[in-house]
Design a protein around this ligand. Structure first.
Ligand code: AR6
Length: 177
């Protein structure tokens, strides 16, 4: 597939991940999968208490891996939960682990015949991963994955602030990845 047709399958938007109507949304969770603040808190509040009940049955998720659940009261069909790395200066495998979050979430999506998926910017909130660096990793992983998986139709990167949207869109437009 040409790079322009791959780029056409990636859309960077500003919004709230809990409002996305793609087949799946991704939750920036933690290893326990038992809820938290930020995106995780918002997703659990919007999904309702059945989501935590299903998460309890999963037995956690090591950093960089991903797990799938139903979405309950959310407008999407599935939630893919992945725990990103905590930023500890950059020499503790953070980039590799963040890349794994995106790759494993995308793998799980195609295994479940998901055609469209929305990602938040994993690890860039309380986990402190520098936004621009994280964005280059996410865009790189998504582009590489789409090159080899034509079944996935659309991948949305949902930025929470205007500034994050501008940074991410700029990196994408400059084709730095
Ligand atoms: N929609 C889209 N993006 C959002 C939303 C939302 N509703 N809310 C926040 N963001 P964070 P992390 C952005 O802290 O860094 C939790 O407690 C936010 O601006 O949610 O991976 C978990 O349980 C930032 O850019 O996730 C873990 O313990 C990005 O989402 C821990 O936080 C990620 O911020 C995970 O930390």
């Amino acid at each position: 597939m040409s790079s322009s047709s791959i780029s056409a399958k990636i859309k960077i938007i500003k919004g709230d991940i809990t409002r996305q109507t793609t087949d799946a949304i991704v939750n920036a969770a933690n290893e326990s999968l038992l809820g938290g603040g930020g995106v995780d808190g918002a997703i659990h509040r919007a999904a309702g208490s059945q989501l935590i009940e299903e998460c309890k049955t999963l037995g956690g998720c090591p950093t960089g891996e991903a797990r799938i659940t139903k979405a309950y009261n959310l407008p999407c069909k599935y939630v893919i939960h992945t725990g990103g790395p905590i930023w500890r200066g950059g020499n503790h495998g953070e980039s590799r682990l963040l890349a794994s979050c995106y790759r494993n979430s995308l793998e799980l999506a195609v295994e479940n015949a998901i055609k469209s998926i929305s990602f938040p910017s994993i690890s860039t909130g309380v986990y402190g991963f520098p936004f621009e660096k994280a964005c280059l990793i996410s865009l790189g992983e998504i582009q590489a994955f789409l090159t080899n998986h034509s079944n996935l139709e659309m991948v949305y990167l949902v930025c929470f602030s205007e500034q994050d949207l501008e940074t991410c869109q700029d990196l994408f437009d400059r084709e730095l990845v």
